[in-house]
Ligand binder design. Structure first.
Ligand code: UT7
Length: 322
C-alpha cells in the first residue's frame, strides 16, 4: 500500500503581540471576558508590510528544513488561506517562486478555518494515487487585515500566523484517513458581506470585514466536531482511548474542551495554543502541530486526531500516525 506521511513541520508567527489589555483600550471589552469566553490571552499581528505569502514562506522553509527536503523535490504546493495577497495570481504561485520550487502544481484552497485539513486531504489523495511524491501543505492567514476594530464581538478573536507540513509517500501510514465536509446553508453565520463578484459598495470600500453570529456558530461547531471525531474513529476501527493527542482548531477553548470531553481525553492530551495565538483560521492546526512536535510532546508513532471547523460551514478531520 502507498500512504502519505508527515516528514517535517514548520510554523511562523509575526513578532507583534496584541494583548487583551491593549484591546481593552480599543473596544468595550475586558481581559476577563475574553479569557473566560474564549481562552485567548494574546494574539500576533502581521507587520504592515508583511503579507500572507511572507508568513507562509517562513513556515514552509522551516518545514522543508525539518524534513531535510530540497525545494526541487516538492511536486505539489497547496496553500490553505482566506486572506490571499492578491485575488490572483494565487498566493501559492507567488510562494512557489519565492521558495525556488520547480514548475510544480500550486494552488490556494479556500475552506476558511478548515483550509489546512482540506489541503491535507487533497495532498493525501495525490500521494496515495501515485501522482505526487512530496507535497507542501500550508495554512497561512493575515485575518487581522479584515477585522472591524470597532466590533468587539470579532476583533478580539483572531490573529495572524502560518503553519506548514511536508508530506511524502511511504509504505506505512502516515495519514490514516481524512474526512472533509461542508454545508453552505450556514453561509450567513460567518463570513464577509462583500467580495469581488458581488462588488464593493462605496461605503464599504474600506475593506472586507469578518462578520459572525458567534453564539450560533459556537453551537453548530460543538455538535459538528463531535460528529466528525466519531466518524474518524469509526473509519479506522479505533476507540477513543486509542488516540494519543487531539490537535484541534484553535477558535475557542470552550469548544476545544467540549471535543476533549466527547473523546474522554484529559486536557494533558490536547494541544492548546489559542491562549497565545487566538484564532488563526487555516493556520491554527499546523501551528499547533508544529509547536507540539518542536516541544517534544508529540513523538513519532503516536496517533493524532486533527480537526477543524470554519466559515462555509466547512469542517474536517485527519487521523495521523505521526
Ligand atoms: O473559527 C471559525 C469558527 N468560529 C468559532 O468557532 C467561534 C464560535 N463562537 C465563539 O467562540 C463564541 O460564541 C464567542 C467567543 C464569539 C462569543 O462568546 P459567547 O459566550 O457565545 O457570547 P455571546 O455572543 O452570546 O455574547 C454574550 C454577551 C453579549 O452581551 P449581552 O447581549 O448578553 O448583553 C455580547 O454583546 O457578551 C457580549 N460580548 C462581549 N462582551 C465583552 C461580545 N463580545 C464581547 C467582548 N467583550 N469582546
Amino acid at each position: 500500500m502507498r500512504y502519505s506521511r508527515i516528514i517535517g513541520t514548520g510554523s511562523y508567527l509575526p513578532e507583534t503581540v496584541l494583548t487583551n489589555a491593549e484591546l481593552e483600550q480599543r473596544v468595550d471589552t475586558t481581559d476577563q471576558w475574553i479569557r473566560e469566553r474564549t481562552g485567548i490571552r494574546e494574539r500576533r499581528v502581521a507587520a504592515p508590510d508583511q503579507t500572507t505569502c511572507d508568513l507562509a514562506e517562513m513556515a514552509a522553509r522551516r518545514a522543508m528544513e525539518a524534513a531535510g527536503v530540497d525545494p526541487s523535490e516538492i511536486d505539489l504546493l497547496i496553500l490553505g488561506t482566506t486572506t490571499p495577497d492578491l485575488v490572483f495570481p494565487s498566493t501559492a504561485c507567488l510562494l512557489q517562486t519565492r521558495l525556488g520550487l520547480g514548475e510544480c502544481g500550486a494552488f490556494d484552497l479556500n475552506a476558511a478555518c478548515s483550509g489546512f485539513i482540506y489541503g491535507l486531504s487533497v495532498a493525501d489523495q495525490f500521494i496515495r494515487a501515485g501522482t505526487a511524491e512530496k507535497v507542501l501543505v500550508i495554512g497561512a492567514e493575515t485575518l487581522t487585515r479584515m477585522l472591524d476594530w470597532n466590533d468587539r464581538s470579532t476583533c478580539v478573536l483572531f490573529g495572524d500566523g502560518a503553519g506548514a507540513v511536508v508530506l511524502a509517500a511511504d509504505e506505512k501510514p502516515g495519514i490514516m484517513s481524512t474526512h472533509i465536509h461542508a454545508n453552505g446553508h450556514y453561509s450567513d453565520l460567518l463570513g464577509t458581506s462583500v467580495g469581488v463578484s458581488r462588488g464593493f459598495k462605496a461605503e464599504e470600500r474600506g475593506g472586507v470585514r469578518v462578520k459572525m453570529k458567534g453564539n450560533e456558530v459556537f453551537k453548530v461547531a460543538v455538535n459538528t466536531l463531535g460528529r466528525i471525531v466519531d466518524e474518524t474513529l469509526a473509519a479506522n476501527n479505533l476507540e477513543k482511548h486509542d488516540l494519543d493527542w487531539l490537535i484541534p482548531h484553535q477558535a475557542n477553548l470552550r469548544i476545544i474542551k467540549a471535543t476533549a470531553r466527547k473523546l474522554d481525553m484529559s486536557m494533558d492530551q490536547v494541544i492548546v495554543t489559542v491562549d497565545q495565538h487566538g484564532n488563526t483560521s487555516a493556520a491554527s492546526v499546523p501551528l499547533a502541530l508544529d509547536e507540539a512536535v518542536r516541544s517534544g510532546r508529540v513523538k513519532r508513532g503516536e496517533k493524532l486526531l486533527l480537526e477543524a471547523f470554519g466559515g462555509g460551514f466547512t469542517w474536517g478531520a485527519a487521523l495521523v500516525r505521526y
